[in-house]
Design a protein around this ligand. Structure first.
Ligand SMILES: [Zn+2]
Ligand SMILES: [Zn+2]
Ligand SMILES: [Zn+2]
Length: 109
């Protein structure tokens, strides 16, 4: 399964996003909601999951924009939607959205 996944990444490499090596297949969601909002009692609109470390943060429609803040704080460039039924990825470096075959989907409950 790991080998198949890597081939899918390689095929995509260079087409839109050059940061796919930052996607860690063993990243798991850090929380079932925005972990930073949960800590401070904030609210969010939609959730994004960092594909490097699993940090779950809130989107740019949310008051605190924690997913973007996580990118600026850590340099982790790629998030995926953490919304049920959505499987797109977003690269902050390239400001480009895309999909990848063979990548495990995660979403909040
Ligand atoms: Zn990129
Ligand atoms: Zn948040
Ligand atoms: Zn991260």
């Amino acid at each position: 399964m790991t080998a198949r996944t890597h081939r899918a990444y390689d095929r995509f490499m260079g087409e839109t996003c050059t940061h796919l090596a930052e996607i860690k297949g063993d990243a798991r969601p850090s929380a079932d909601g925005c972990e930073d909002c949960l800590r401070i009692g904030g609210t969010w609109v939609h959730l994004r999951m960092c594909r490097t470390c699993g940090h779950v943060g809130c989107c740019d429609s949310s008051p605190a924009k924690h997913a973007t803040a996580h990118f600026h704080g850590t340099g982790h460039p790629i998030v995926s939607s953490f919304e049920p039924g959505e499987n797109w990825l977003w690269c902050y470096q390239d400001e480009a959205g895309f999909r990848l075959d063979g990548l495990e989907d995660f979403s909040h409950t």
